[in-house]
Design a protein around this ligand. Structure first.
Ligand SMILES: Cc1cc2nc3c(=O)[nH]c(=O)nc-3n(C[C@H](O)[C@H](O)[C@H](O)COP(=O)(O)OP(=O)(O)OC[C@H]3O[C@@H](n4cnc5c(N)ncnc54)[C@H](O)[C@@H]3O)c2cc1C
Length: 388
């Protein structure tokens, strides 16, 4: 168990990222969102300090660490009120998949740029008619007649950050594997590829990163746009999806900690009777519970990251699901209780907590919903029969 807990290096990383996050803080992110801009300065500085590529191999400009280190970075930025959502996608999913399954040319082209923050990659798997059931995705890749190029057609929905990403890693299936159990294959689609269209979705979310509906209308891609093997199946997809779940847990824990820290400052000071409101157990106990839940979720996240970094993909899969579930639930509860602790001020723009109510729900829905994790644990872990 001692291996799962943090090393001195991890603690030092946590402290250093926390210092960076607190230099920017929530006011920075709030300004970026109000100006409909992007957190480019923070992204660039985090990259320069080696935080964005901390999980990527050293020979390609990364830090040589793993998801354990990357999740520390995202959690601490979130706890400072300025999380970088694209970290869940660009270094964690895309960087990992390319590092594990890409060709030498793909690694040379993408990994140093993802690590130094000069390029970003989005990730698209969700489809309007498949939703949680990825086995139903219909985005299809076929070989161009008489050549080696690929032609990609389909639709995606809710894909984050496509506007700022240089390319999107799109999950499709080959024409010969059009139906049945998903045999995914992954393609790097440049933002300006002809036939690659995007429409911004009107989300009620206060975030810098936008979500898009994508159309792939016979997008022609060179043979080397394919990452990994077209027949490698679910293994190479989950090489990216498990880090995504661990990073979503980090995102949720960071947000929960940020909300809780605001509530604690308020509860210690706000006095409407003789004692500050934090002395009332009706206020104190739910905050204590929120803290415990966040700590427990972090422990599971550390376990998942440890298993993943140790190369245990199967063990990491179960732990990553459980960590994402626990972190999302802890985050939703922490945010809810924090808003409540501030009374009317919980809903003011000045304190900026109310918008986290919507934001905290994201971790419950994406990248895999609460119910689908409960299904996974029911079937895979507990051996119960399926209803669907
Ligand atoms: C802010 C945001 C950002 C996102 N970014 C990305 C991205 O970058 N890339 C990407 O690919 N996707 C992204 N997504 C999509 C996200 O992964 C999906 O929304 C999620 O997988 C759920 O799919 P769905 O919305 O189609 O819901 P549905 O699958 O339609 O599910 C609707 C409801 O039904 C429940 N349900 C479905 N099936 C079952 C079942 N068998 N048993 C019990 N309950 C069930 C679900 O739990 C859910 O509550 C993002 C979503 C959001 C909200």
């Amino acid at each position: 168990m001692a291996q799962v807990l943090e090393t001195e290096e991890h603690k030092a990383l946590r402290a250093a990222v926390s210092a960076l996050g607190n230099r920017y803080g929530h006011p920075y992110l709030a300004k970026v969102i109000a100006e409909k801009s992007h957190p480019t300065e923070l992204w660039a500085e985090a990259a320069k300090l080696g935080y964005l590529g901390v999980n990527l191999p050293e020979e390609y400009g990364g830090g040589g660490g793993g998801i354990a280190e990357l999740s520390i970075v995202l959690e601490e930025l979130g706890a400072a009120g300025c999380p970088l959502l694209m970290m869940v996608v660009s270094p964690a999913i895309c960087g990992t998949v390319i590092a594990r399954f890409g060709t030498e040319e793909q690694k040379q082209e993408w990994l140093p740029a993802l690590a130094d923050g000069t390029r970003t990659m989005a990730f698209g798997i969700t489809e309007p008619d498949a939703g949680s059931n990825s086995h139903r995705i219909t985005t299809t890749a076929r070989r161009a007649e008489g050549g080696t190029d690929w032609i990609l057609s389909g639709r995606k929905v809710f894909i984050s950050g496509v506007d700022i990403a240089d390319a999107t890693l799109i999950v499709g299936r080959t024409a010969d594997a059009r139906t049945g159990k998903l045999k995914p294959c992954l393609f790097i689609v440049p933002r300006d590829a002809p036939g690659f269209g995007r429409r911004q979705i009107d989300m009620e979310l206060h975030g810098a990163e936008k979500q898009f509906e994508l159309t792939l209308d016979d997008v022609r891609l060179p043979a080397d746009a394919l990452v990994g093997d077209e027949d490698a199946g679910l293994l190479q997809l989950f090489a990216g999806l498990n880090p995504e779940r661990i990073m979503t847990a980090a995102f949720a824990i960071g947000m929960g900690r940020y909300a809780l820290s605001k509530a604690l400052v308020y509860a210690r000071e706000r006095t409407v009777w003789r004692e500050p409101i934090g002395a009332h157990q009706a206020i104190a106990h739910p905050l204590a519970q929120a803290h415990i839940d966040l700590e427990l979720a972090r422990l599971m996240m550390q376990k998942a990251a440890h298993l993943y970094d140790a190369g245990d993909d199967v063990g990491a899969g179960e732990a990553a699901n459980m960590a994402k579930y626990a972190a999302a639930e802890a985050c939703v509860k922490a945010v809810d209780q924090s808003v409540h602790t501030l009374g009317g001020n919980g809903l003011t723009g000045e304190f900026g907590l109310a918008s986290l109510i919507t934001a905290s729900r994201v971790a419950r829905i994406a990248p895999v919903s609460r119910e689908m994790i409960l299904n996974y644990v029911s079937h895979q872990t507990l051996g119960l029969p399926k209803s669907y």
